[in-house]
Design a protein around this ligand. Structure first.
Ligand SMILES: [Zn+2]
Length: 302
């Protein structure tokens, strides 16, 4: 029987039976129920690695349906992914600076969860040999015609390649996976010896998460299923045969209009107060910590 964690999430006094048998990050069976999310999903905490995760298992078919046409516009996914291209370009250019040393040379890089291929396109313009995959056929169809031939619609587990990659990139992707261990193990098989994996994901052990508790905006099942701490990701990657090279906190360049839209989705009352100033400052840009982190891991020889 699984009991409620005392303290942090004391409002919910239910005791729940969970679907998951093991923590998807460390495989421990020692975990507790934290709270219900929108009645349909529940969030649990692993007592071993302290990751949080959505306790409902989703099938690949359910996920593929979820990431269908309207995911990238509207309520479910990004507020409006494609109209925010400009601000995403600024963020990607910053990331490219971090990734450039790992991507340089003739061996290829693979971006997993590439959406409409914007990063692949930017990196290709700068001369990098990079490919992308995404589970959503629709988002691949929205890529520009120049980049489309470098993109494939595929789940990670079904993806096969004739070439091995020197670098694999997952921007805001690993938290969407039902079985991150299987996925990373599969990706490891696609890496050259001493190849690297770059992972960026919401940071459970961030100030934002600690302050906001269950209102932390990254709790967003069934999109986000797993909430990593920096150390729980390190442990998982260590288990799977990787050595950490470096890491840091993520920043993003955002317009105030975009920030307002995000606040409106999660905290309408606060958004109401901002209504009065928005017409004057909506187009301003800010570079802010996002509450996510990134880390680079290198494939170890077994
Ligand atoms: Zn765990």
């Amino acid at each position: 029987m699984i009991t409620l964690e005392e303290g942090l999430y004391e409002q919910n006094e239910e005791v729940k039976e969970l679907n998951h048998i093991n923590c998807p990050v460390c495989t421990s069976s020692d975990f507790i129920f934290l709270f219900d999310f929108n009645e349909d999903y529940s969030i649990s905490k692993c007592q071993q690695c302290h990751s949080h995760f959505c306790s409902e298992m989703l099938t690949t078919v359910e996920l593929e349906n979820f990431y269908s046409a309207d995911y990238f516009e509207g309520e479910r996914g990004y507020a409006n992914y494609f109209s925010e291209v400009d601000q995403r370009k600024k963020t990607f250019e910053r990331k490219l600076k971090i990734l450039a040393p790992m991507m340089a040379g003739i061996d290829a890089t693979l971006e997993v969860g590439c959406a409409n291929g914007l990063f692949v396109e930017l990196a290709r313009v700068k001369g990098y040999n990079i490919f992308g995959i995404d589970i959503s056929t629709d988002s691949i169809h929205r890529s520009s015609s120049e980049v489309r031939k470098y993109l494939s619609a595929s789940s990670i587990m079904e993806y096969k390649s004739d070439q091995l990659f020197k670098c694999i990139i997952l921007f805001d992707t690993v938290e969407h996976l039902t079985s991150p261990r299987d996925a990373i193990a599969h990706l490891r098989g696609l890496l050259l010896d001493e190849g690297t994996i770059f992972i960026e994901t919401p940071k459970l052990n961030s100030l934002l998460s600690i302050i906001m508790k269950r209102r932390w905006p990254y709790y967003r099942p069934p999109e986000h299923l797993i909430y990593f701490r920096t150390d729980s990701l390190d442990h998982m990657m260590g288990d799977l045969g990787f050595l950490k090279l470096k890491g840091g906190n993520s920043v993003k360049t955002l317009t105030l209009q975009y920030i307002y839209d995000e606040i409106k989705r999660t905290n309408p009352k606060i958004a109401f107060l901002l209504n009065f100033v928005l017409p004057f400052v909506g187009k301003m840009r800010l570079t802010l910590p996002t509450g996510s982190f990134w880390a680079i891991y290198q494939k170890r020889k077994r």
